[in-house]
Write a protein that binds this ligand. Structure first.
Ligand code: FES
Ligand SMILES: [Fe+2]
Length: 433
């Protein structure tokens, strides 16, 4: 019956090859340790560069336990600054995003510039002559690197490069970026769906097993649609991408990254998508621009793939269909999910409008996709709290995994490779000395 959590905070027994202990979803101490051992050691997604394009632009966000302000300074450099006044600790920025030259603390007026330097000390004569303003700037997140506009941060001063961390997932990120004929995306900080559910952050993952059950009602509605373009969601009805007999694959990568790889399943439908696009003026221009930018063969693939890598980058980023999804753990039993629709640069407005409408149809607050997911996560959390028999099974398809050329482990779309990849990374980080 009940297997209690091992004492001494050795978590290695909680994650086995084909099952995990439910305490990793429910235990308060484990959650606190996750913040230290995972969120304060790995690379975390912070924001997309296009969210703060101009000097003085800023956006508030969360990096692990820290509230952070992302800024762009006069030289165009991006900084991630902890939103905590160096005097007595008040948050110096309360706006979600905007443009400014200075952040003035509301409490006693200390003022910082967009690099985080302390440029205004109120009543300076009261301070000792040895007080150094330049030693009291806002604290910086020490490592910030980006890949194709996606900015990542690490609280750890040392560690592997972002490039090594992303490894062979980079071509999947390219699928999203290269849906734009100029290879540039636009993410808008104020255009976001925000969901909070009463469940653990690790519930939000890549899962090719659940759509036939959780999302069947919405798929039935989509199957009556004529449109195939604008979003991969609209293309689902072409054939069932979640059937194990389909060419869809599920993949696990090093460092806990995971993907539902629909590339081979979608590739044969390129003609249908291109034909439909060519029926409108802006769609025809989009096809032509994609071919000039990438060549016929690559453009056909990119159009068939709809800019959807369906990729999860452990622990807090997912690139799904036409949005960027950020996972923010609040407590063991509460999670916030932010979904930012992605707009393509270099295309006519009707292309982006169609993508946005398709995004809203599945992921919007009044849609039937994301609300179904939030509901099942809450039901799961309630079940997990009943720990009479605490093991969670993740062994589906373990006997038919194959290692692919890029080093990923791949199998049928409904196999639980994705969960196993994430959990093995969890174990590695949580048990590291
Ligand atoms: S806490 Fe910021 S100026 Fe006092
Ligand atoms: Fe789902």
């Amino acid at each position: 019956m009940t297997t209690r959590i091992p004492t001494g905070r050795d978590y290695s027994a909680l994650v086995q090859e084909d099952r995990v202990h439910s305490a990793i979803f429910t235990d308060e101490q484990i959650f606190q340790d996750e913040m230290e051992r995972i969120f304060h050691t790995t690379w975390l997604f912070a924001l997309h560069e296009s969210e703060i394009p101009n000097a003085g632009d800023f956006k508030r966000l969360q990096i692990g336990r820290y509230p952070v302000i992302a800024t762009r300074d006069e030289q165009g450099e991006i900084h991630l600054l902890i939103n905590r006044c160096r005097h007595r600790g008040a948050q110096v920025c309360e706006s979600s995003h905007g443009n400014t030259r200075r952040f003035q603390c509301w409490y006693h007026g200390w003022t910082y510039d967009t690099r985080g330097d302390l440029v205004g000390l109120t009543g300076p004569e009261a301070y000792d002559k040895d007080f150094k303003c330049d030693a009291h700037g806002l604290t910086r997140i020490p490592r910030v690197e980006s890949y194709r506009g996606f900015v990542f941060a690490s609280v750890a001063r040392e560690g592997m490069s972002l490039s090594d961390y992303l490894g062979s997932t980079k071509p999947y990120i390219d699928i999203m970026v290269d849906a734009s004929p100029i290879g540039e995306l636009q993410v808008k900080p104020g255009v976001v769906n925000r969901t909070r559910y009463r469940g653990n952050w690790k519930q939000v993952g890549m899962d090719g097993y659940h759509p036939h059950y959780v999302h069947m009602s919405v798929f039935k509605i989509f199957s009556k649609r004529e449109s195939t373009t604008g979003s991969a969601v609209g293309a689902l009805h072409l054939e069932d991408p979640f059937a194990d007999v389909s060419k869809s694959r599920t993949r696990g990568f090093p460092h806990g990254h995971a993907c539902l790889d629909f590339r081979e399943q979608r590739r044969p439908h390129a003609d249908a998508s291109i034909e439909e696009l060519r029926r409108s003026e802006e769609g025809a221009r989009y096809v032509d621009d994609m071919i000039s930018a990438y060549g016929e063969e690559r453009a056909r693939d990119l159009i068939a793939w709809h800019g959807d890598p369906h990729l999860g980058l452990f622990p807090n980023l997912q690139l799904i269909h036409d949005h960027v999804r950020v996972v923010i753990p609040i407590s063991p039993g509460e999670t916030e999910v932010l979904m930012y629709p992605v707009f393509l640069k270099g295309v006519g407005p009707s292309i982006n409008e169609k993508r946005l409408r398709a995004h809203e149809a599945f992921y919007g607050p009044a849609a039937a996709g994301s609300p179904d997911d939030a509901e099942i996560f809450e039901r799961t959390q309630r079940g997990l709290l009943a720990d009479a028999d605490p093991w969670v099974q993740l062994g589906r398809g373990i006997h038919r995994e194959e290692v692919d050329e890029d080093g990923s482990v791949a199998s049928c779309i409904s196999d639980e490779i994705t969960q196993r990849a994430q959990m093995q990374e969890w174990k590695k980080l949580m048990t590291r000395g």
